[in-house]
Design a protein around this ligand. Structure first.
Ligand code: SF4
Ligand code: SF4
Length: 146
């Protein structure tokens, strides 16, 4: 049951995703909060006179804000992850539980982008074989580079 709950429509396992990593977002939030409290921007401005890298501090701050925006506050099947996900829309329209029920998943263009990050086809093969309730112990690495 747990397996199915965390299995996204596209075949990702939500708990493995960076946007679901609660520790990461807690650290981002704490760092952001602390830097603001210390008024680190002013410190960086003065520091940049002796170290040019500190001139990039505004971009770093902006990047930290962007990283924070990655956070997924809900599971895919509860509307989390991308708000206007074409994959979710397609699956719902076809009244499937997920892409593993679709005969087109090996050639689907909508899944194309995910293939840069994940072995999504392998996940879908596993879910098809073992079912969404029992596939997760067979899953391999979530991100291609990890
Ligand atoms: S919202 Fe889309 S990309 Fe994100 S996990 Fe769900 S189906 Fe996959
Ligand atoms: S066409 Fe099939 S594989 Fe592609 S997004 Fe829709 S349901 Fe998933």
């Amino acid at each position: 049951m747990e397996d199915k709950k965390y299995t996204a429509y596209c075949g990702l396992y939500c708990k493995d995703c960076i946007p679901s990593n609660q520790r990461l977002f807690q650290l981002i939030y704490e760092l952001d909060h602390l830097l603001k409290e210390l008024k680190f921007k002013k410190y960086a401005e003065l520091k940049s006179e002796s170290n040019l890298l500190y001139k990039n501090y505004p971009q770093f701050e902006e990047m930290l804000g962007e990283l924070g925006k990655l956070e997924c506050k809900a599971l895919c099947t509860q509307g989390g992850c991308k708000k206007d996900c074409e994959i979710r829309e397609c699956v719902e329209k076809k009244k499937y539980d997920g892409c593993w029920e679709c005969s087109d998943y090996k050639n689907c263009n909508l899944l194309g982008k995910l293939k840069q990050f994940h072995f999504i086809e392998d996940n879908l093969d596993l879910i098809r074989e073992y079912g969404p309730e029992k596939w997760t112990s067979y899953r391999k690495k979530h991100y291609k580079w990890l």
